[in-house]
Design a protein around this ligand. Structure first.
Ligand code: NAP
Length: 248
Protein backbone atom coordinates (compact mmCIF):
# COMPACT_ATOMS: atom_id res chain seq x y z
CA UNK A 1 0.00 0.00 0.00
CA UNK A 2 2.58 2.56 -1.01
CA UNK A 3 1.21 4.18 -4.16
CA UNK A 4 1.64 7.65 -2.64
CA UNK A 5 4.71 7.06 -0.48
CA UNK A 6 6.81 10.18 -0.03
CA UNK A 7 4.21 12.47 -1.60
CA UNK A 8 2.52 15.34 0.24
CA UNK A 9 -1.15 16.13 -0.38
CA UNK A 10 -3.34 19.09 0.52
CA UNK A 11 -7.01 18.12 0.79
CA UNK A 12 -9.57 20.87 1.32
CA UNK A 13 -12.62 19.99 3.43
CA UNK A 14 -11.02 16.97 5.07
CA UNK A 15 -12.88 16.98 8.38
CA UNK A 16 -15.94 15.07 7.16
CA UNK A 17 -17.47 13.01 4.37
CA UNK A 18 -15.63 12.46 1.12
CA UNK A 19 -12.63 14.61 2.10
CA UNK A 20 -12.13 12.63 5.28
CA UNK A 21 -12.29 9.39 3.27
CA UNK A 22 -9.66 10.72 0.86
CA UNK A 23 -7.39 11.75 3.75
CA UNK A 24 -7.63 8.27 5.31
CA UNK A 25 -7.04 6.36 2.08
CA UNK A 26 -4.17 8.67 1.05
CA UNK A 27 -2.48 8.14 4.43
CA UNK A 28 -2.90 4.37 4.10
CA UNK A 29 -1.12 4.68 0.74
CA UNK A 30 1.80 6.43 2.44
CA UNK A 31 1.03 10.09 1.66
CA UNK A 32 1.69 12.89 4.12
CA UNK A 33 -1.60 14.74 4.49
CA UNK A 34 -2.38 18.40 5.11
CA UNK A 35 -6.12 18.86 5.27
CA UNK A 36 -8.36 21.87 5.84
CA UNK A 37 -11.74 22.47 7.42
CA UNK A 38 -14.10 25.34 7.96
CA UNK A 39 -15.35 24.93 11.54
CA UNK A 40 -15.22 21.26 12.73
CA UNK A 41 -12.26 21.65 15.12
CA UNK A 42 -12.96 18.46 17.11
CA UNK A 43 -13.43 16.24 14.07
CA UNK A 44 -10.24 17.70 12.59
CA UNK A 45 -8.21 17.03 15.74
CA UNK A 46 -9.49 13.46 15.84
CA UNK A 47 -8.61 12.87 12.19
CA UNK A 48 -5.15 14.37 12.67
CA UNK A 49 -4.48 11.89 15.49
CA UNK A 50 -5.88 8.96 13.51
CA UNK A 51 -3.73 9.73 10.46
CA UNK A 52 -0.59 10.16 12.55
CA UNK A 53 -1.03 6.61 13.91
CA UNK A 54 -0.70 5.37 10.31
CA UNK A 55 2.96 6.41 10.30
CA UNK A 56 2.63 9.44 8.03
CA UNK A 57 2.83 13.14 8.82
CA UNK A 58 -0.64 14.72 9.02
CA UNK A 59 -1.99 18.08 10.10
CA UNK A 60 -5.35 19.86 9.98
CA UNK A 61 -5.64 23.59 9.24
CA UNK A 62 -8.68 25.81 9.80
CA UNK A 63 -8.82 27.75 6.54
CA UNK A 64 -11.63 29.15 4.44
CA UNK A 65 -10.97 27.92 0.91
CA UNK A 66 -13.25 30.64 -0.48
CA UNK A 67 -10.89 33.35 0.77
CA UNK A 68 -8.01 34.16 -1.59
CA UNK A 69 -5.59 35.41 1.08
CA UNK A 70 -6.32 32.51 3.45
CA UNK A 71 -5.51 30.06 0.66
CA UNK A 72 -2.15 31.77 0.09
CA UNK A 73 -1.37 31.74 3.83
CA UNK A 74 -2.40 28.10 4.11
CA UNK A 75 -0.03 27.01 1.36
CA UNK A 76 2.83 28.97 2.97
CA UNK A 77 2.15 27.19 6.29
CA UNK A 78 1.93 23.76 4.63
CA UNK A 79 5.23 24.35 2.82
CA UNK A 80 6.87 25.29 6.12
CA UNK A 81 5.49 22.16 7.80
CA UNK A 82 5.85 19.63 4.94
CA UNK A 83 8.50 21.12 2.53
CA UNK A 84 6.69 20.07 -0.66
CA UNK A 85 3.20 19.83 -2.14
CA UNK A 86 2.75 17.12 -4.77
CA UNK A 87 -1.03 16.70 -4.77
CA UNK A 88 -3.89 19.16 -4.37
CA UNK A 89 -7.41 17.83 -3.87
CA UNK A 90 -10.00 20.61 -4.13
CA UNK A 91 -12.82 18.89 -2.30
CA UNK A 92 -14.41 21.55 -0.04
CA UNK A 93 -17.98 22.22 -1.04
CA UNK A 94 -21.40 23.28 0.21
CA UNK A 95 -25.00 23.27 -1.00
CA UNK A 96 -27.66 25.95 -0.55
CA UNK A 97 -30.50 24.44 -2.58
CA UNK A 98 -33.55 26.36 -3.69
CA UNK A 99 -35.69 26.83 -6.77
CA UNK A 100 -34.60 29.74 -8.96
CA UNK A 101 -37.79 31.55 -7.96
CA UNK A 102 -36.74 31.55 -4.29
CA UNK A 103 -32.95 31.51 -4.33
CA UNK A 104 -31.29 34.63 -2.92
CA UNK A 105 -28.33 36.41 -4.45
CA UNK A 106 -26.38 35.66 -1.27
CA UNK A 107 -26.99 31.89 -1.54
CA UNK A 108 -25.94 31.96 -5.19
CA UNK A 109 -22.73 33.88 -4.48
CA UNK A 110 -21.77 31.83 -1.44
CA UNK A 111 -21.98 28.51 -3.26
CA UNK A 112 -19.96 29.87 -6.19
CA UNK A 113 -17.31 31.22 -3.81
CA UNK A 114 -16.92 28.11 -1.66
CA UNK A 115 -17.20 25.57 -4.49
CA UNK A 116 -15.65 27.29 -7.51
CA UNK A 117 -13.59 30.30 -6.46
CA UNK A 118 -11.87 28.08 -3.87
CA UNK A 119 -10.52 25.94 -6.72
CA UNK A 120 -9.00 29.04 -8.32
CA UNK A 121 -7.62 30.23 -4.96
CA UNK A 122 -5.96 26.93 -4.09
CA UNK A 123 -4.67 26.11 -7.57
CA UNK A 124 -3.10 29.56 -7.84
CA UNK A 125 -1.58 29.18 -4.38
CA UNK A 126 0.17 25.84 -5.17
CA UNK A 127 1.10 26.69 -8.74
CA UNK A 128 4.56 28.14 -8.06
CA UNK A 129 5.62 25.14 -5.97
CA UNK A 130 4.45 22.64 -8.57
CA UNK A 131 6.08 24.65 -11.40
CA UNK A 132 9.39 24.66 -9.53
CA UNK A 133 9.35 20.92 -8.93
CA UNK A 134 8.03 20.30 -12.45
CA UNK A 135 5.38 17.90 -11.24
CA UNK A 136 2.02 17.91 -9.56
CA UNK A 137 -1.41 16.35 -9.61
CA UNK A 138 -4.49 18.51 -9.07
CA UNK A 139 -7.81 16.76 -8.45
CA UNK A 140 -11.02 18.78 -8.47
CA UNK A 141 -14.29 17.52 -7.00
CA UNK A 142 -17.18 18.24 -9.34
CA UNK A 143 -20.49 16.35 -9.36
CA UNK A 144 -22.89 14.52 -11.66
CA UNK A 145 -25.02 17.64 -11.14
CA UNK A 146 -22.36 19.79 -12.82
CA UNK A 147 -22.65 17.66 -15.95
CA UNK A 148 -26.38 16.95 -15.98
CA UNK A 149 -27.94 19.90 -14.10
CA UNK A 150 -30.50 19.50 -11.32
CA UNK A 151 -33.73 21.33 -10.48
CA UNK A 152 -33.28 23.31 -7.26
CA UNK A 153 -29.50 23.45 -7.61
CA UNK A 154 -28.74 26.20 -10.16
CA UNK A 155 -26.01 27.62 -7.92
CA UNK A 156 -24.43 24.23 -7.15
CA UNK A 157 -24.66 22.98 -10.76
CA UNK A 158 -23.07 26.18 -12.07
CA UNK A 159 -20.22 25.89 -9.56
CA UNK A 160 -19.60 22.23 -10.41
CA UNK A 161 -19.75 22.79 -14.20
CA UNK A 162 -17.37 25.73 -13.75
CA UNK A 163 -14.87 23.43 -12.06
CA UNK A 164 -14.72 21.24 -15.17
CA UNK A 165 -13.93 24.18 -17.47
CA UNK A 166 -11.36 25.53 -15.02
CA UNK A 167 -9.69 22.14 -14.63
CA UNK A 168 -9.41 21.51 -18.38
CA UNK A 169 -7.86 24.96 -18.86
CA UNK A 170 -5.28 24.28 -16.15
CA UNK A 171 -4.47 20.95 -17.84
CA UNK A 172 -3.79 22.80 -21.12
CA UNK A 173 -1.81 25.57 -19.44
CA UNK A 174 0.42 23.50 -17.18
CA UNK A 175 0.75 20.18 -19.03
CA UNK A 176 4.15 21.15 -20.45
CA UNK A 177 5.43 21.38 -16.84
CA UNK A 178 4.17 17.91 -15.96
CA UNK A 179 1.36 19.31 -13.82
CA UNK A 180 -1.82 17.30 -14.32
CA UNK A 181 -5.36 18.48 -13.61
CA UNK A 182 -8.34 16.15 -13.51
CA UNK A 183 -11.89 16.12 -12.22
CA UNK A 184 -13.79 13.51 -10.25
CA UNK A 185 -17.57 13.70 -10.67
CA UNK A 186 -19.26 11.76 -7.88
CA UNK A 187 -22.88 10.70 -8.17
CA UNK A 188 -24.82 10.12 -4.98
CA UNK A 189 -22.35 9.56 -2.15
CA UNK A 190 -23.81 8.98 1.29
CA UNK A 191 -22.36 11.66 3.60
CA UNK A 192 -23.68 14.44 5.87
CA UNK A 193 -24.31 16.50 2.73
CA UNK A 194 -26.82 13.94 1.44
CA UNK A 195 -28.15 13.08 4.93
CA UNK A 196 -30.03 16.40 4.69
CA UNK A 197 -32.28 14.85 2.00
CA UNK A 198 -35.53 13.12 2.97
CA UNK A 199 -35.65 9.29 2.95
CA UNK A 200 -38.06 9.10 -0.03
CA UNK A 201 -35.66 11.18 -2.16
CA UNK A 202 -32.74 9.01 -1.08
CA UNK A 203 -34.65 5.80 -1.94
CA UNK A 204 -35.52 7.27 -5.34
CA UNK A 205 -31.84 8.02 -6.01
CA UNK A 206 -30.71 4.55 -4.96
CA UNK A 207 -33.34 2.84 -7.16
CA UNK A 208 -32.32 4.88 -10.20
CA UNK A 209 -28.62 3.96 -9.91
CA UNK A 210 -27.58 0.99 -12.10
CA UNK A 211 -25.40 -0.39 -9.27
CA UNK A 212 -28.41 0.01 -6.90
CA UNK A 213 -26.60 1.73 -4.04
CA UNK A 214 -25.26 5.09 -3.02
CA UNK A 215 -21.50 5.47 -3.19
CA UNK A 216 -19.15 5.61 -0.20
CA UNK A 217 -16.36 8.09 0.47
CA UNK A 218 -13.93 5.21 -0.21
CA UNK A 219 -15.37 4.76 -3.74
CA UNK A 220 -14.30 8.35 -4.45
CA UNK A 221 -11.04 8.15 -2.51
CA UNK A 222 -9.82 5.14 -4.51
CA UNK A 223 -10.13 7.06 -7.79
CA UNK A 224 -8.32 9.99 -6.19
CA UNK A 225 -5.45 7.66 -5.24
CA UNK A 226 -5.17 6.63 -8.90
CA UNK A 227 -5.24 10.25 -10.13
CA UNK A 228 -2.77 11.38 -7.46
CA UNK A 229 -0.32 8.54 -8.11
CA UNK A 230 2.14 7.95 -10.93
CA UNK A 231 -0.22 5.21 -12.18
CA UNK A 232 -2.10 8.01 -14.00
CA UNK A 233 1.04 9.80 -15.24
CA UNK A 234 -0.38 10.18 -18.79
CA UNK A 235 -3.88 11.31 -17.80
CA UNK A 236 -4.81 15.00 -17.66
CA UNK A 237 -7.79 17.20 -18.51
CA UNK A 238 -10.24 14.36 -17.83
CA UNK A 239 -13.44 13.99 -15.84
CA UNK A 240 -13.92 10.60 -14.21
CA UNK A 241 -17.51 9.77 -13.31
CA UNK A 242 -17.80 7.79 -10.09
CA UNK A 243 -21.55 7.41 -9.89
CA UNK A 244 -22.54 3.74 -10.07
CA UNK A 245 -23.55 4.26 -13.69
CA UNK A 246 -25.97 7.18 -13.06
CA UNK A 247 -25.04 9.01 -16.26
CA UNK A 248 -25.20 5.92 -18.44
P1 NAP B 1 -19.69 17.32 3.60
O1 NAP B 1 -19.86 15.99 4.27
O2 NAP B 1 -20.72 18.37 3.81
O3 NAP B 1 -18.24 17.90 3.99
C1 NAP B 1 -17.82 19.14 3.48
C2 NAP B 1 -16.39 19.42 3.90
O4 NAP B 1 -16.00 20.68 3.33
C3 NAP B 1 -16.23 19.55 5.40
O5 NAP B 1 -14.96 19.06 5.76
C4 NAP B 1 -16.29 21.07 5.62
O6 NAP B 1 -15.63 21.53 6.79
C5 NAP B 1 -15.56 21.55 4.38
N1 NAP B 1 -15.84 22.93 4.03
C6 NAP B 1 -17.05 23.52 3.81
N2 NAP B 1 -16.89 24.82 3.49
C7 NAP B 1 -15.53 25.06 3.52
C8 NAP B 1 -14.73 26.20 3.29
N3 NAP B 1 -15.27 27.38 2.97
N4 NAP B 1 -13.38 26.09 3.41
C9 NAP B 1 -12.82 24.91 3.74
N5 NAP B 1 -13.53 23.78 3.96
C10 NAP B 1 -14.87 23.87 3.86
O7 NAP B 1 -19.58 17.15 2.01
P2 NAP B 1 -19.26 15.83 1.13
O8 NAP B 1 -20.54 15.16 0.83
O9 NAP B 1 -18.14 15.07 1.74
O10 NAP B 1 -18.78 16.52 -0.23
C11 NAP B 1 -17.40 16.77 -0.54
C12 NAP B 1 -17.30 17.28 -1.96
O11 NAP B 1 -17.86 16.35 -2.87
C13 NAP B 1 -18.06 18.59 -2.19
O12 NAP B 1 -17.33 19.41 -3.09
C14 NAP B 1 -19.35 18.13 -2.83
O13 NAP B 1 -19.93 19.14 -3.62
C15 NAP B 1 -18.85 16.96 -3.66
N6 NAP B 1 -19.90 16.01 -3.98
C16 NAP B 1 -20.59 15.33 -3.03
C17 NAP B 1 -21.57 14.41 -3.38
C18 NAP B 1 -22.34 13.64 -2.39
O14 NAP B 1 -23.27 12.90 -2.82
N7 NAP B 1 -22.03 13.68 -1.12
C19 NAP B 1 -21.87 14.22 -4.75
C20 NAP B 1 -21.16 14.92 -5.69
C21 NAP B 1 -20.18 15.81 -5.31
P3 NAP B 1 -16.41 21.62 8.22
O15 NAP B 1 -16.54 20.20 8.71
O16 NAP B 1 -15.52 22.43 9.09
O17 NAP B 1 -17.73 22.26 7.94
Amino acid sequence: MTLLKGKTAIITGGSRGIGRGIAEVFAKQGANVAFTYSSSVEAANELEKELNTLGVKAKGYKSNAANFNEAQELVEKVLKDFDTIDILVNNAGITKDNLLLRITEEDFDQVIEVNLKSVFNMTKAVQRTMLKQRSGSIINMSSVVGVKGNAGQTNYAASKAGIIGFSKSVALELGSRNIRSNVVAPGFIETEMTAKLDEATVKGWRDAIPLKRGGTPDDIANVCVFLASDMSAYITGQTIHVDGGMLT
